[in-house]
Design a protein around this ligand. Sequence first.
Ligand SMILES: Cc1cc2nc3c(=O)[nH]c(=O)nc-3n(C[C@H](O)[C@H](O)[C@H](O)COP(=O)(O)O)c2cc1C
Length: 367
Amino acid sequence: MASEPVLSLAELENIALDRVNKITREYWTNGAGDNSTVQENKVAFNRYRIRPRALRNVQNIDMSTSVLGQRVSLPIGIAPSGWHKMANPVGEAGTARAAKALGTMVAVSMGTAMGSTPADVCSPEEVKSAGGSAVKFFQLYVFRNREYTRQLLRRVENAGYGAVMLTVDTAHVGRRISEIRNRPNMPHFLRTISFGSQLQKENPDSADFTIDASLEWNEIIPWLRRNTKMQIWLKGILSGDDAELAVKHKVDGLIVSNHGGRQLDACIASVDALPEVVRAVRGAVPVHMDGGIRKGSDVFRALALGAAYVWIGRPALWGLAYDGERGVELVLKILQEELKICMGLAGCSSTKQINASFLVQARDAML
Ligand SMILES: Cc1cc2nc3c(=O)[nH]c(=O)nc-3n(C[C@H](O)[C@H](O)[C@H](O)COP(=O)(O)O)c2cc1C
């Protein structure tokens, strides 16, 4: 049982990472290459400073917004990440219950459909029934075996999911040094990094279960449309040009993301890519972001730069390791409290009032 009073995600990170083994710690913490993108995601936030306004009646602070037409009480959800049972046996179902308790959303990783045993993961159906209205987004990689993907789409649509979040930054898996080094001692489901070979082992007769690196706009978006009624969102958009293409191909929403620095090394920080994407989209579809959100003031800065909603990746895993679903609730409550104070002190009584006029860009950043 947790006993330390934890007042920030930085404190929680230290406690949680002390409690897990080296392989888990490195799997969660490290990114691609020399971790420069992991660092940049955090440093970039600090280059934006908040310029508060005075005397604007901030007695009541409304942090609610809407996602997929549904009212959520917080502009903060939990990004898809694999293998929550490495953190705590409650797994993805516990994460989903925590998101529901706080009145927000969790996006469910495709890993939930790929464990070999219930000890590895909660199934997409289990997570949906645990989280109810908090569980709408299912994250997808498209494998070279399209029939597998087609069946998976049908499966999650039947389970009640409303949106597929196609991750577009993983044509190849990023070169994560510690994962390569730790691979021989990793749990079996992690050992292959790209999910493919695990499935191939289970289905020796089937064709290719690795991520399809040949995807292109003109083919994959219409194919998804033909094969699901769910909304189609793209996760991993980092340029205005791609944002324009996404709108042209009638996708339903975008997540500005560099996969928490785990994919392209030396990649632009998510928050730095956000304004360009927001400008290119011109309000046609909602723009969300993830990457490096660790404080309520980070959420404020992302919203000021045009994000409608933000997602947190690693902090949810720290929360789970710290105290199961209550730990995930704690993460969301800390961010909620910090955002509320940040909005109040900046002079915003609702998320609708947060805009770029509240930010100035500093030349240097400190961590
Ligand atoms: C351990 C771990 C596993 C992840 N697994 C997935 C995944 O299966 N699919 C995916 O699209 N993104 C995955 N991500 C990326 C997250 O969805 C998200 O983009 C990223 O963690 C956000 O950055 P943050 O951790 O700084 O908040 C994973 C991230 C981590 C840390």
